[in-house]
Design a binder for this molecule. Structure first.
Ligand code: GDP
Length: 317
């Protein structure tokens, strides 16, 4: 039986990934921070290992050694770019250094057991910062502009170094991927939850930051599918995972209001400068040709469908 270890198992992607792996009959272990255990639901059947990615390296490595997984998915860490500006040190540790710890633990575990430990790292389009060209691909210069991007860049480079040493280690440069499980700290869910509240008469306006930022928003379970394909692909590598389509935050707002049946919505949107970030990539859009060709991956949900699913999943009035 395949054994998988997932960090960040209680997050959006972790939840979808754990459910998928369990459904396939994989034995799934999750590395979960103590404080996350009380919060969201822990999927039935997940073997929980209480451990903080930001804690002592020896504790994290001990879990990897004990589980001795065939597949190690590193999805844990500070998930929000916005939060990374408030906590740059924590972000560097859990999104950056922890990947090095896991890669080292994977290497020593496979040396001990003689069985490979394949690693998939969830990197991010934020590693490209303000790219000069769009769309970005695996050859785009890595030049982050946020603490989040810098930490993910460290993890991405660490994967490349491990691979050069012979490890089966893959880094997926994931563009924004959303679902009804996104917390409202992300702009998509903030928009869909507030628009639903406005439609139901529970709120009277939405306050946002940069409306002109353009993002390549995909459907989270599709990105989880890329992770599974990547780990099971014979050769490891770096892959951009994206839809290839960019939309502004304003487009998302318009689509959400339209789906909720609210007309004349422009007057309901206020911009607060406090929500505009110190540095914010204006256009992130990815070219996933390599993932399409080598992994046989393709997104299944487009922009309009994504917005519709998220709006429809909000609390009814
Ligand atoms: P990110 O791309 O991983 O940082 O995902 P977010 O959903 O947090 O942000 C996406 C884009 O929306 C960024 O360019 C933000 O600057 C922009 N944005 C505009 N208003 C808001 C807001 O109120 N909250 C958040 N989180 N982002 C906003």
């Amino acid at each position: 039986m395949t054994v998988a270890l997932v960090t960040g198992a209680t997050g959006q992607d972790g939840g979808y990934l754990v459910e998928r792996l369990l459904a396939e009959g994989t034995e799934v272990h999750g590395l979960v921070r103590g404080e996350d255990l009380g919060g969201g639901p822990v999927p039935d059947g997940l073997v929980v290992h209480e451990c903080d990615l930001g804690g002592p390296a020896a504790d994290v490595a001990a879990v990897v050694d004990r589980v001795a997984p065939d597949e190690l998915y590193n999805l844990g860490g500070v998930s929000s770019v916005a939060q990374s500006w408030a906590e740059p040190l924590l972000t560097t540790t859990v999104n950056g250094t922890a990947a090095v710890v896991l890669l080292e633990a994977a290497r020593s575990t496979q040396e001990r057991t003689g069985r490979p430990v394949r690693v998939v790292q969830a990197a991010s389009a934020e590693i490209f910062g303000e790219p000069e060209h769009s769309p970005q691909d695996e050859r785009t210069a890595i030049r982050p502009v946020s603490p989040y991007g810098a930490a993910k860049a460290l993890a991405h480079h660490a994967v490349g170094i491990a691979r050069a040493r012979g490890q089966h280690a893959t880094s997926l440069v994931l563009y924004n991927h959303e679902s009804p499980r996104r917390p409202p700290s992300f702009v998509t869910r903030k928009i869909t939850s507030t628009v639903a509240a406005i439609a139901a008469g529970r709120a009277d306006r939405i306050v946002l930051g940069n409306l002109d930022a353009r993002r390549d928003w995909g459907w989270a379970p599709d990105y989880v599918d890329a992770m599974v394909r990547a780990v099971r692909h014979d050769t490891p590598g770096d892959y951009v995972v994206a839809t290839g389509e960019a939309h502004t935050v304003r487009d998302f707002v318009a689509a959400a209001f339209a789906r909720a049946g609210v007309e004349d919505w422009e007057r309901l949107v206020t911009v607060d400068q406090a929500l505009v970030r110190p540095a914010d990539p204006s256009l992130l859009v990815g070219d996933a040709s390599r993932a399409r060709e080598e992994l046989g991956w393709a997104p299944t949900v487009g922009f309009a469908e994504l917005v519709a699913r998220m709006v429809d999943a909000e609390e009814p009035s």
